[in-house]
Design a protein around this ligand. Structure first.
Ligand code: SF4
Length: 369
């Protein structure tokens, strides 16, 4: 990653520090940008009269605000970098810095994927059938189908989305793609998202019935996996760092679905569950956790509420329960499944395991609204 081409907006941050005469500020950065932290701390301390504390614990999203702890330390301002503000109360002055990247990749390498995906979406639009009652076997097959599982399509538009560092590219890419013959929409999501076209690992609320396929501007598989799991729609990826294009492989999504299916089946006879509640402000779903406990009790099973700041196998595997259900960051159950000795389900998966939700609905991604 070329850090010189990221905009950390230090000039604006230092202006704010000087104008408010702050004496102690904190930086919070995602893991990939921490390598740059000490250099930034030096620059801020040289150019202003503030001292800088780095919030050095792992940080994976704006769901994970350190503000209370920093307040206790006497910090007057937190600069939270690499994520945008969420619909949670931070409790103290915060400057959210997107850290945009100036890469502007060519469109050409991604066009073959988009052509193929548009054809898939058109076929799916034509082939749509009225819902029929399915046998259990057919319903379980539908659960495992990576594409075309959820709501009916009304059109085959191209949904243009990206991760926060690259969202400034979307308006120009919208026009370039329209010129290339695509009907493009930049979806608007719910309150957890700050910008049009933005996606998070736990929120794809901008998805619409008229979007038939997606183009994601960003790097890595984290957001694409969630988007395809959530929507069941084909997705092409264009990486502004490398200029490379690829698609999210449907085989990979089907492998994840098969794994989720196996974990649900493995909970068939489970009698006791640990219900994980995330302590991070943007991951705390207490009401959902309590609903899971009541649901387990209704089915004659035990549910123990376990609150954690960080979740990892070493922190939960030893509890004498048969399985876990996770109400914290949804991606812990999906992306880290193999690290746990016991099944770790999402709330939807527990509902399927208990027969409260039906297989034929297709897989439902655990979204935090
Ligand atoms: S809850 Fe998980 S996926 Fe959502 S922003 Fe936080 S770390 Fe990312």
């Amino acid at each position: 990653m070329d850090l010189d081409r990221h905009d950390f907006e230090l000039t604006e941050l230092m202006e704010r520090i000087r104008s408010s005469d702050h004496r102690l500020i904190a930086l919070q950065l995602p893991e990939g940008l921490k390598i740059q932290a000490l250099e930034m701390m030096d620059e801020i301390e040289t150019e202003t009269s503030a001292k800088v504390v780095l919030a050095a614990d792992p940080c994976y999203g704006a769901c994970d605000l350190v503000h209370d702890k920093m307040k206790m330390m006497g910090v007057e301002l937190v600069a939270h970098m690499g994520h945008s503000q969420m619909n949670i109360e931070s409790g103290m002055p915060t400057q959210f810095i997107d850290v945009t990247y100036d890469g502007d990749p060519e469109l050409t390498p991604v066009i073959p994927f988009l052509e193929n995906h548009r054809a898939m979406a058109k076929k799916r639009l034509l082939d749509q059938e009225k819902p029929v009652e399915l046998s259990t076997e057919d319903a379980q097959e539908k659960f495992l189908d990576a594409v075309g599982r959820l709501s009916p399509l009304t059109d085959t538009k191209l949904g243009l989305v990206g991760s926060i560092q690259h969202l400034h590219l979307l308006p120009d890419f919208h026009d370039r793609l329209e010129k290339a013959g695509y009907d493009v929409t930049i979806p608007l999501g719910g309150a957890r998202l700050s910008f049009p076209g933005q996606v998070l690992g736990c929120n794809y609320s901008g998805d619409q019935d008229d979007i038939g396929h997606y183009l994601f501007l960003g790097s890595g598989d984290f957001h694409p996996i969630g988007l395809v799991l959530h929507t069941g729609k084909p997705l092409a990826m264009l990486d502004p760092y490398s200029g490379d294009a690829k698609e999210m492989s449907l085989e990979r999504i089907e492998r994840i679905l098969r794994q989720r299916f196996g974990l649900i089946m493995a909970c068939d006879n489970a009698q006791s569950f640990g219900i994980l509640i995330g302590e991070k402000p943007g991951q705390m779903r207490r009401t959902l956790a309590l609903r899971m406990k009541r649901m387990l009790e209704k089915h004659g099973k035990k549910g123990y509420l376990l609150a954690l700041e960080h979740i990892g196998p070493e922190l939960i595997d030893f509890y004498p329960v048969d399985a876990f259900v996770n109400t914290a960051c949804p991606r812990i159950a999906i992306d880290d499944a193999v690290r746990y000795r016991k099944p770790l389900l999402t709330p939807f998966e527990l509902e399927v395991a208990l027969g409260e939700k039906q297989w034929e609905l297709g897989y439902q991604f655990d979204e935090i609204p």
